[in-house]
Design a protein around this ligand. Sequence first.
Ligand code: GLA
Length: 427
Amino acid sequence: MSEIWLRRALPYVESRLLKLKEMFNSKFGSVPKFYVRAPGRVNIIGEHIDYCGYSVLPMAVEQDMLIAVEPVKTHVLQLANTNPLYPDFSTSANNIQIDKTKPLWHNYFLCGFKGIQEHFGLSDLTGMNCLVDGNIPPSSGLSSSSALVCCAGLVTLTVLGMNLSKVELAEICTKSEHYIGTEGGGMDQSISFLAEEGTAKLIEFSPLRATDVKLPSGAVFVIANSCVEMNKAATSHFNIRVMECRLAAKLLAKHKCLPWEEVLRLEEICRCLGISLQELKTQILSPNTQDVLTFKLYQRAKHVYSEAARVLQFKKICEEAPDNTVQLLGELMNQSHMSCRDMYECSCPELDQLVDICRKFGAQGSRLTGAGWGGCTVSIVPADKLSSFLANVHEAYYQRSNRSLVPEKQSLFATKPGGGALVFLEA
Ligand code: GLA
């Protein structure tokens, strides 16, 4: 196990680790051997383009998944969660089944576990007792599910005493999260492993690498939860977009026959690609998009190319840091939201309202973050306006409609670039 993973508890997780140790003891009657943390993320710009191969610009947040672990000799994997909403689960470590039809919490753990198991071609895995504690709001676009997949991947690697680089781990976890059924890109897993405190990252794919992007010191990034929950594995919205991008790329490659109409029927796509309906369904479409009859390829492609360009502009502005940096970055974020709303159709009325409220109370730019259709927004706010911004948005979006019932820390908070996944040997 490489040294990079081994750390004493960091101050902000110390008390949680001690609590976890106690709960672990009352649950399993023993003491954890080690702990793993993997953070969630906020995507600053570059939405729905990672699975097309384009670069994105996220940062890790402080909120994370923590797992207390004890390897056991029984070949049984026992999973428990500190949140009573998530029931205990146990299975044989040698026969991992992941049910794609139900996005149950433990399936995300199993994805990470299975990914490592398969990477090393192991059939006889040791069992373990694990207690999971997460404080990333679920279904909110802050990547709680990938954080759990990554955490489980690192847990499994540590139990096996094997070694992999962060890049390898990120790639394995990206692939293995597909067992859940959603065909996401690699942004969430990459930032969870490659994040470093104090800097956002430009994440590039094929080959995967992360480059520091220094955010402007005069601004703060604020996350606001629309309080509309969206689990991307529970509907086909996400995969339909992935299929639309896949089809658009194939049609563009055959550019001589481009019927760029607003909506394309399946038959027209097959005709242009010169393939049968059967081939389209088995070779291109995912299981949960088999019944889709029409696709909006033009709009989706337009979003992807313009968003990919905005990511690079964002990075360039951060590097050059002109006097009006915050304003320029804000404009790009606003354009990104518009494109997500109108071209990619992954917003919702509550997100649009929240973005408007954030801009009204001082954000230079505001946009949905993550998969969308609910979840959070991210806004760039001049540092000197932060406290009035928080107070006004709280009153306008949360208090007025009783949304303040959601614990405040999870609905509206300023965030800084946090560090990536780690293993702690002691609480
Ligand atoms: C989800 C996926 C990511 C990415 C975003 C949208 O978080 O897991 O790979 O596609 O949606 O940008």
